[in-house]
Design a protein around this ligand. Structure first.
Ligand code: BGC
Length: 552
């Protein structure tokens, strides 16, 4: 029987399905493509796959605009393909975590179409957030709030007779109308969705923008100047970010999750103040919440030490398991971040303009802008450190290849709404979503037979899985070995710091497992023990700069 705590220290691998592997040559990755790669995933040594949205979608936001929560996008396959993929993963001992997007549907969802076709004040409109506009003829939005992707957070509708109508709220793109979570029908429908996938064998859920569902939109709506900043409020007083009531929703979900054996797991994507994160990770709630603190830090021993100490103490106090992550589909790949011109920019997770105004990713992360070698060395060191920590490790597809951000995507081929809604400011997230290189040669580097929906740069060839397979010292072999060892060495969820110079982080785990990371620019001595893993070769028995070693 499955250990019900399997998720607490799992290595979870995020698949961005449209960019992973394309089985039918239409340029878009699909579920059959994933099934075909199950042996690769098994050899990698992960415990679970987190699958980003695979539902029918017009891709206004990479699939986070869902048309139908209980189906598979025909471009990605069928429900039968989904079942086949789930069975193959399970047969390989890999769990499946599905991404759920409850804050908003797409504007093509049946409910939203019905809302637009229905009159003001109707039950159909009450599933979303509709308001009259301000101004003499309702021509101004109900509030001046901006969407996360830039531009207004309200869109005006057009009535059936062509006249301008009410406005609806969208925290993200205008194709992503926010659902009204005060409406019992919305709550009930999501329970049906969670049950639908749980019954199909999904082992857990990743909850998209988990901190936005509950809203207090009582009039008068406050103006932006009166609002606090997302992720920084301590009292739940923002009209839509991180309100206390949201935990009532997750308590209901938990009851459903616990009806399964083992209980379904969940992880919240909640960009909230660290002190409020534990509520999402409570055993009565979702159980786990992403901790993005390390992801936002520079490659700096002091910052890493403080964040790790704080998060482990928090986890221990609340009984939650820690989560660690460096890369995902929303941020610049960490092999590139850590190679940015100045250390101060390593924490710059959003693609865009550098602090000196230089468009480092607009310039494509091209040579001269990013120190690729340094970035990769630091990324490998950071990953080895992360994999030695107690708690769950979340990895993003392609990082096991040491893949860099693909910055040189022409404007005409970009897809991310963040790019279109923020001209000249935000380059968008396409650079970490380019289809993976499986082979050094061949169409689309082995991604599929029919091209790739985002252009792959030529330098992808050197990162191809086939070029690294079985190659001593390659990033792929390094990840495989690290994950294999982690399985062998992982035990109780505790960690202890060992006194070390300020720019070295040294800690032990139960059973004599030690991890040492050298953040300085000079080689340092290693402690006593046998080195079982090193993110770069040792030099004269010493640990080089930007390297992590594990010892037993
Ligand atoms: C997802 C993003 C998405 C947004 C809106 C996020 O937090 O990770 O990719 O654009 O939610 O759904």
């Amino acid at each position: 029987m499955t250990d019900p705590t399997w998720w607490r220290q799992a290595a979870v691998y995020q698949i961005y399905p449209r960019s992973f592997s394309d089985s039918n040559g239409d340029g878009i990755g699909d579920l059959k493509g994933i099934t075909a790669k199950v042996p690769y995933l098994q050899a990698l040594g992960i415990d679970a796959v987190w699958l980003s949205p695979f539902y029918p979608s017009a891709l206004a936001d990479g699939g986070y605009d869902v048309d139908d929560y209980r189906n598979v996008d025909p471009k990605l396959g069928t429900l039968a393909d989904f079942d086949e993929m789930t069975a193959a993963l399970h047969a390989a001992g890999i769990k499946l975590i599905a991404d759920i997007v409850p804050n908003h549907s797409s504007n093509r969802h049946e409910w939203f179409k019905e809302a637009l076709a229905s009159p003001k004040g109707s039950a159909a409109r009450a599933r979303y957030i509709f308001r009259d506009g301000k101004g003499e003829n309702g021509e101004l939005p109900p509030a001046d709030w901006t969407s996360v992707f830039g531009g207004p957070a309200w869109e005006r509708t057009t009535e059936a007779d062509g006249t301008p109508g009410q406005w609806y709220m969208h925290i993200f793109a205008k194709e992503q109308p926010d659902l009204n979570w005060d409406n019992p029908e919305v709550r009930e429908d999501f329970l049906t969705t969670l049950k639908f996938w749980s019954d199909r064998g999904v082992d857990g859920f990743r909850i998209d923008v988990a901190h936005a569902l509950s809203k207090d939109l009582s009039e008068p709506l406050p103006m932006t100047a009166e609002l606090g900043v997302e992720g920084q409020l301590l009292d739940g007083s923002h009209p839509f970010w991180d309100r206390d009531e949201v935990h009532g929703i997750y308590a209901e979900w938990r009851k459903l999750f616990n009806q399964y054996t083992p209980p379904r797991t969940a992880v919240a994507e909640a960009w909230v103040h660290a002190s409020r994160r534990a509520r999402y990770a409570s055993p009565d709630g979702l159980g786990q919440a992403f901790n993005f603190d390390l992801l936002q830090a520079d490659f700096d021993a002091g910052q890493f030490r403080t964040i790790i100490t704080k998060n482990l103490a928090e986890a221990q106090a609340t009984g939650a398991s820690s989560t660690w992550v460096f890369s995902n589909h929303d941020v610049v790949r960490h092999a590139t971040r850590y190679g940015l011109p100045s250390a101060a920019e390593a924490g710059n997770i959003k693609p865009g303009l550098g602090q000196d105004g230089k468009a480092w990713l607009l310039a494509g992360g091209k040579p001269g802008e990013v120190d690729v070698e340094l970035g990769l060395a630091r990324a490998r060191a950071a990953t080895a450190l992360l994999l030695a920590l107690p708690g769950s490790a979340y990895l993003y597809n392609g990082e096991e290849l040491g893949l860099q951000e693909a910055g040189e995507i022409p404007e005409s081929e970009r897809q991310d709404p963040a790019f279109f809604r923020n001209p000249g400011v935000d380059i968008g997230r396409d650079g970490c979503r380019v289809p993976l290189p499986w082979t050094a040669e061949g169409t689309s580097f082995g991604f599929g037979d029919g091209g790739a929906h985002l252009p792959q740069p030529e330098w992808f060839a050197e990162y191809a899985a086939s070029a690294q397979n079985g190659v001593d010292g390659s990033t792929l072999e390094f990840y495989r070995r690290a994950l294999e060892l982690r399985h062998e060495l992982q035990s109780a969820e505790t960690q202890e710091w060992v006194t070390s110079p300020a720019d070295v982080l040294h800690f032990t785990r139960p059973g004599g497992w030690q991890s040492v990371t050298n953040f300085s620019s000079e080689p340092v001595d290693l402690p006593a023990g046998t080195v079982v893993l090193s993110s770069a070769p040792l030099v004269g028995g010493k640990l080089p700069a930007n390297t992590t070693a594990w010892l037993v």
